[in-house]
Each structure stands twice: as structure tokens, then as C-alpha cells.
Design a protein around this ligand. Structure first.
Ligand SMILES: Cc1cc2nc3c(=O)[nH]c(=O)nc-3n(C[C@H](O)[C@H](O)[C@H](O)COP(=O)(O)OP(=O)(O)OC[C@H]3O[C@@H](n4cnc5c(N)ncnc54)[C@H](O)[C@@H]3O)c2cc1C
Length: 376
């Protein structure tokens, strides 16, 4: 009998399998892809958002777990040897109104105990970033922002879990989930059946379809939203040296300039509703929108160095907050849904939340005597 079975090996499932591998019991992760992290977790901005960009007004749990995760990531990357680009971010302003909004964001963040932000005059900002659009009026510097190699992070979390005894199976697609009363039967498309006392549904965009295998009423509704990117090759390295956010809006974080640890620069993402979670392909309209919005942020972007285009689909739900709760019918079945941005940032905190705020409230868990915390 398995104690904890996780469905889905994105960055969240991998953070969870690592967390649970430090505790007694048999832990298994099933991932349908041939490798971990092949879906949303690598088709994104790879950005660890700074705490001030995850305000409670945009989702209480998102803010709590995003901010907690943001503070853990650097240590995690350091211990796991995951390359990061860590020069901080500048949130820019184009108008006097937006300058006031940045000052208000700084003040509000201070009320929430974030004291790291610095307002930059236009001159100070252009001194740091000479290639920004000279029409910009100023910015707000956030030192905690960084980008990270999320594919490597996921692999190292999983490798650490394996060292601690967890079993990770790729190429295993869950096709059915049933309750036997005292446990769950999890059946894969190849006909293998696993028996587990707990099941954690961390299937990202497929979380609703997993839930619908067993729930009469799925307690959340998914809304696929596409995000497209253009990637400038390594020759563009150094053209921009911070993560650049557009002026904040009440809706999305907008189209950003995101230098990566490998020297490439990602431009994106767009935000478009679409019918299904399939076919995350970049479109001509998406590329036009990126160019239009990036030109407002920077001058003479070397688009000719574009080496690839890609798109990802956010596993959003109608509620803007993360949905991380046990099933109303089966307390040992835990659904993770709506883990769109900042899900990478929040992932280590999500893992700890599931363990301490959900599983531990159902039954005690005991730490292994000597888990390997950082080996991989
Ligand atoms: C365009 C875009 C930009 C983003 N930018 C950022 C950002 O900059 N910073 C940030 O913090 N977050 C960002 N995010 C959000 C972040 O990528 C997600 O929150 C995070 O990747 C979610 O991880 P996950 O493990 O829940 O989902 P996923 O990575 O989607 O993993 C789910 C896994 O479940 C597997 N699966 C599905 N069905 C089954 C099945 N039946 N059986 C077995 N396995 C199954 C899938 O193959 C997949 O590997 C962005 C997302 C997008 C799309």
C-alpha cells in the first residue's frame, strides 16, 4: 500500500514529492510525460516574482504561498546548484499617474513588511538600464526578483526525493481514480493499478479531468489562457540587465523582459483566452503584441536575434486564487487547481502547505530520522 500518491510531475508535484520524501511512508509520483516538467512548468517566464508583485488583493493564498516561496527559492537554487539570474527587477512607469501608482505600491508593500523597494528617477533608472525606452518616467526597483532554470530545479527536486526513497514514474498517465472506501485505486492507461491511502491531484491543467474521474461535482472550473513568448539568443545577453515589468495593472503582470541564467532573454507573455488546454502554439498576433508592448519598454530591441518562439497555457480557474483543498467527499484526496502564476515561485511553499496545513490535520506524519535535504 502506498501512503502518498501524487498525480503530475510539474514543478509543484516535484516539490511535493521531495517534501513528502522527508517523512515516513511510501511516496509515489506518476507523470504522464516522458520527462518531468514538460508542460506548464517549462513553458513560462521562469521568473521568481518578488514579494511586492504578489499582493493579497490578487488572491490571499497566492500572496501567502508566493511570498513564502519567493523567500525560499534562492536558498533552494543555491543548495541544488540551479543557475539563476539574480539582478532584481524594475517595474516601470510611463505617466505621472503610474509614478504615483509605484509610490503607492511601495507604501502598501511597507505596510505588509516589505522594506526592500527603491523608487528610481528616470535618470537613475536609465543609468542602470541605458537601453530602456527614454520616454519612461521612472521605476521601482525590487531586488528579490530572479529567473531560474525551472527544468533543472524540477529534476533536482525529484532526484532528491528519489534519494530519500520516493518512487517517481514517468510515462504513466492516470486514466481512472476510484475509492475503495479505505483507500484509492489509481489506474494508468497501461493498466497498472496503484493502491494509495492519500492521492494528491497536482496535474496542472488536467486537475479538473482527474477530479472528474471520482468527484460527482468538480469544485473548480478551469479556464485555459495562453501566454506566448519570443526568445532572444545568447548574443543579446547584457542588452538588458534586470527583469523589466511594464506599469502594474489590476489584471495581469503584462509583457515583460526577462533575462535568463543562460544568457537568453525572454519577451512575453501575452494573455489570451482559448478553448482548450491543447495546442499551445505561438501566433502571429501574439508576436505583434509582444513587439508593440516591448517597444514601449525598451529602445532598439535586437529582434533579429530571436532564436525561438513558444507558448504555454496557464492552468487558471474562474476563481483568481489558488485552489488547494481536500475533496469534500474524500478527505484524503487533495486537489491542487488554479496554480497559474506565481506557481513556480510558490511551489516549495505549496508543498509545505499541503503537508502541514492539510495532511497533518488529518493524521500525524513523522519525519525520517536522517533525510537528505539537499543531495541530488
Ligand atoms: C505563460 C505562463 C507564464 C508563467 N510565468 C510564471 C512565472 O514567471 N513565475 C511563476 O511563478 N509562475 C509562472 N507561471 C505559472 C507556473 O508555470 C505554474 O504555476 C506551474 O508551472 C504549475 O506547476 P504544476 O506542477 O502545477 O503544473 P504543470 O507543470 O502543468 O504539471 C502538471 C503535470 O501533470 C501531468 N499530468 C497531466 N495529466 C496527467 C495524468 N492523467 N496522469 C499523470 N500525469 C498527468 C502533466 O503532464 C504535467 O507534467 C506561468 C505559467 C504560464 C503558462
Amino acid at each position: 500500500m502506498i501512503d502518498f500518491l501524487i498525480i503530475g510531475g510539474g514543478v509543484v508535484g516535484s516539490a511535493l514529492v521531495r517534501e513528502l520524501s522527508h517523512y515516513q511512508g511510501r511516496t509515489v509520483l506518476l507523470e504522464k510525460g516522458r520527462k518531468l516538467s514538460g508542460v506548464q512548468s517549462t513553458h513560462n517566464s521562469a521568473l521568481v516574482h518578488p514579494p511586492a508583485m504578489m499582493p493579497p488583493a490578487k488572491g490571499k493564498l497566492k500572496a501567502e504561498l508566493g511570498r513564502h516561496g519567493s523567500r525560499i527559492h534562492l536558498t533552494l537554487a543555491d543548495r541544488f546548484d540551479v543557475p539563476v539570474f539574480q539582478n532584481g527587477a524594475i517595474v516601470t512607469a510611463r505617466t505621472d499617474e503610474e509614478i504615483k501608482a509605484l509610490a503607492a505600491l511601495k507604501k502598501q508593500s511597507e505596510k505588509e513588511s516589505i522594506h526592500t523597494l527603491t523608487l528610481l528617477s528616470k535618470e537613475a533608472m536609465l543609468e542602470r538600464e541605458p537601453n530602456l525606452n527614454p520616454e519612461l518616467k521612472g521605476g521601482l526597483f525590487m531586488p528579490e526578483a530572479m529567473s531560474a532554470d525551472t527544468a533543472l530545479l524540477t529534476d533536482r527536486l525529484a532526484a532528491n526525493a528519489r534519494r530519500n526513497g520516493a518512487e517517481i514514474h514517468t510515462g504513466m498517465e492516470v486514466a481512472d481514480l476510484r475509492s475503495t472506501g479505505s483507500a484509492f485505486e489509481v489506474e494508468t492507461t497501461s493498466g497498472r493499478v496503484f493502491h494509495s491511502r492519500f492521492v494528491i491531484n497536482a496535474a496542472g491543467a488536467a486537475s479538473a479531468s482527474i477530479a472528474s474521474m471520482i468527484e460527482e461535482h468538480v469544485p473548480f472550473e478551469t479556464v485555459p489562457r495562453r501566454g506566448e513568448y519570443m526568445v532572444l539568443g545568447k548574443q543579446a545577453s547584457g542588452y538588458i540587465n534586470h527583469i523589466i515589468y511594464p506599469p502594474p495593472t489590476s489584471k495581469t503582470k503584462g509583457v515583460l523582459i526577462i533575462p535568463q541564467p543562460d544568457g537568453t532573454i525572454r519577451l512575453g507573455p501575452t494573455d489570451t483566452k482559448q478553448e482548450s488546454f491543447q495546442h499551445a502554439l505561438p501566433t502571429e498576433q501574439g508576436m505583434e503584441q509582444i513587439r508593440r508592448e516591448i517597444d514601449l519598454l525598451a529602445a532598439d530591441i535586437p529582434y533579429e536575434l530571436t532564436e525561438r518562439l513558444y507558448a504555454g497555457i496557464r492552468s487558471s480557474i474562474t476563481d483568481p486564487d489558488f485552489y488547494i483543498r481536500p475533496s469534500a467527499t474524500y478527505p484524503r484526496l487533495i486537489h491542487l487547481a488554479g496554480l497559474d502564476s506565481p506557481g513556480v515561485t510558490a511551489s516549495p511553499a505549496v508543498a509545505s502547505y499541503v503537508l502541514h496545513e492539510i495532511i497533518r490535520r488529518i493524521e500525524p506524519v513523522h519525519r525520517k530520522t536522517n533525510p537528505d535535504l539537499f543531495g541530488y
